[in-house]
Design a protein around this ligand. Structure first.
Ligand code: PBG
Length: 332
């Protein structure tokens, strides 16, 4: 490390005087290519229902998707992450791997309308089980790890058969990346990448999402499978484990309270690393902005930039549409 004593004449403000010199030495940039936009898809027809705790985010029926995809394309957004809201939930989350399930139909509809749109699907059981947990339960109400892997692989496979470009398991079971990789490879889907929610914490910031996806656990919490917020080294180990099992991208989720973990996962794995800017983070910004307490545009771009600076290669964010429009306006 150099010491400042070696540079007695260094005057940082000289390079801050104008936008031209500032942009000349800028270390990090934000681009619409960084964004992955989450979409919530529900049963029914002709509906776009706003999520109360997430202003600007809608649950859409499948017939509403083509128009939404056109809007995203116009903004330059090229990839989406799908979440399904089935009408029917049961103990074994059977809608998750139904070939005619809500996500499977949504994937087919998007790919038929716009083959260039890159479709990623969230692979998890909590939106499909009647108890709202991310897997199969034993009599004591604990999630059984290895039996859940069968469901997750069946779900991932059905998404890929429907045309998904990438699958993203978010359940936090041990060994699921290897299991899903083997299931995809066995059917000739070696070319389909897996984005692992490798480093996912048991977080209070998922509250609004559970309204949006109707996936709150009916009892207890997810601390027996999601990570302890106190652990950073374990977050890096989780990412390395998933890479060893075949993950193509790893993730840190949530983003803002875990930028230290994001920095470490990126620098210690040197693998493509995604930040998930989650629902609670979005809701806080929206609430403060609605009250006129913060400048939404400035704050959102600053937050997204902080994730890039910490090491994110891509960002899953509900702000994607607004941010894309703001970045386009800056470029004009
Ligand atoms: C499914 C899943 C969750 C999120 C993404 N996938 C919820 C959870 O784990 O309870 C959260 C996303 C967000 O808060 O924006 N397991």
């Amino acid at each position: 490390m150099r010491t400042l004593g070696q540079f007695p004449a260094y005057r940082p403000r000289r390079m801050r005087a104008t936008e031209t010199v500032r942009s000349m030495i800028r270390e990090t940039s934000l681009s619409v290519a960084d964004f992955i936009y989450p979409l919530f898809v529900k049963e029914g027809e002709g509906r776009a229902d706003q999520v109360p705790s997430m202003p600007g985010v809608y649950q859409l029926t499948v017939d509403m998707l083509p128009a939404e995809i056109d809007r995203l394309c116009d903004l330059g957004i090229r990839s989406v992450l799908l979440f399904g809201l089935p009408d029917h939930k049961d103990e074994c989350g059977s809608e998750a791997y139904n070939p005619q399930g809500i996500v499977q139909r949504a994937v087919r509809s998007i790919k038929a309308h716009c083959p260039e749109m890159y479709v990623i699907t969230d692979v998890c059981m909590c939106e499909y089980t009647s108890h709202g947990h991310c897997g199969k339960l034993d009599d004591a109400g604990r999630v059984i790890n290895d039996a859940t892997l069968e469901w997750l692989s069946a779900e991932a496979l059905s998404h890929v058969r429907a045309g998904a470009d990438m699958v993203a398991p978010s359940d936090m079971m041990d060994g699921r990346i290897a299991h899903i990789r083997a299931a995809l490879d066995a059917e000739g889907y070696e070319h389909v990448p897996i984005m692992s929610y490798s480093t996912k914490y048991a977080s209070g910031f998922y509250g609004p999402f559970r309204d949006a996806a109707d996936s709150a656990p009916a009892f207890g919490d997810r601390r027996a499978y999601q990570m302890d917020p106190a652990n950073a080294s374990e977050g890096v180990r989780e990412a390395m484990l998933d890479i060893a099992e075949g993950a193509d991208l790893v993730m840190v989720k949530p983003a803002l309270s875990y930028l230290d973990v994001l920095y470490r996962v990126k620098s210690e794995t040197d693998f493509p690393t995604v930040a998930y800017n989650v629902s609670g983070e979005y809701a806080m910004v929206k609430a403060a902005a609605a009250n006129g307490w913060i400048d939404e545009r400035r704050v959102v771009l600053e937050l997204l930039l902080s994730m890039k600076r910490a090491g994110a290669d891509a960002i899953i964010t509900y702000h994607a549409k607004d941010a894309a429009a703001w970045l386009a306006a800056e470029g004009e």
